[in-house]
Ligand binder design. Structure first.
Ligand code: FPP
Length: 247
């Protein structure tokens, strides 16, 4: 199969042998992509959603195992009502046709509090999680109504309950106890964070899980992001010297 003008085998040979275990992607720049073309912002999100699907396919082809995408933060509710409504519709539409997840044998897990969504969307999210829960070839986390601080606060709440019930002593709380209460519990920390669109921040995305991540920033706007751009990020990552606080 040819991808981006190259055969799959060619794409694989340009990649390092050891791939990052978990890649986090902040899908940024949809609004600017639309503005540049004189289009309304929601058109940027529609294109961004197409890129989301294409990049998942590409990651499956190159053998990445865990991917996290930031689609909607706890702060994004402050956007204009029609933009929020458009995004909710987009999420619903994509979740209504998940044959591609079945084809790719990919599991989708949502990170974020589902309670804030409409009952219809919430039920759809639960249905999709259930439908692909047995796939383990690739795990895709989709962060919607997600905030890293909120993730940590939730975990603390669970710990406090266990302490209150006498199941856990405060002195037995470790970093692992906190990690076990996060949306990503049981899955590896993020090795590489990719943020397109020229912004140089994490924006409350997986702040615990990214403690030792490498960061890759590019000016490309998310709707224009390709598999080749993802490969470039991985090659850059492979050339870094990760010391995890050691020497
Ligand atoms: C940030 O770019 C992007 C978002 C807040 C939304 C991201 C959502 C998608 C890519 C659609 C995902 C769809 C599915 C089905 C998962 P921005 O709008 O802030 O861009 P700007 O900084 O250029 O204004």
């Amino acid at each position: 199969m040819a991808i981006f003008g190259k055969k799959k085998e060619e794409l694989l040979t340009e990649l390092p042998e050891v791939l990052p275990q978990h890649v986090g992607i902040i899908m940024d720049g949809n609004g600017r992509w639309a503005k540049k073309r004189g289009l309304p912002r929601p058109m940027g999100h529609i294109e961004g959603a197409k890129t989301f699907k294409k990049i998942i396919r590409h990651c499956k082809d190159i053998g990445l195992k865990h991917l996290s995408f930031y689609a909607f933060s706890t702060e994004n509710w402050n956007r204009p009502e029609d933009e929020v409504a458009g995004l909710m519709k987009l999420f619903y539409d994509y979740l209504s046709d998940i044959h591609w997840l079945h084809e790719e044998k990919t599991r989708l897990i949502f990170m974020g509090d589902k309670a804030r969504f409409s009952e219809k969307l919430r039920n759809k999210m639960i249905e999709v999680e259930e439908a692909c829960k047995d796939y383990d070839e690739m795990i895709v986390f989709l962060a919607v109504n997600y905030g890293g601080r909120d993730d940590i606060a939730n975990s603390c709440r669970k710990i406090a309950e266990r302490v209150k019930n006498g199941e856990l002593q405060p002195e037995d709380i470790t970093e692992q106890t906190v990690a076990d209460g996060l949306y990503t519990a049981g899955f590896p920390d993020v090795d590489l964070v990719i943020r397109p669109s020229g912004e140089l921040r994490l924006s409350n995305f997986l702040i615990w899980q990214c403690a030792y991540a490498e960061y890759y920033f590019t000016d490309i706007l998310w709707p224009d992001f390709t598999g080749k751009d993802l490969n470039d990020a991985i090659i850059d990552y492979a050339n870094r010297n990760r010391r995890f606080g050691g020497v």
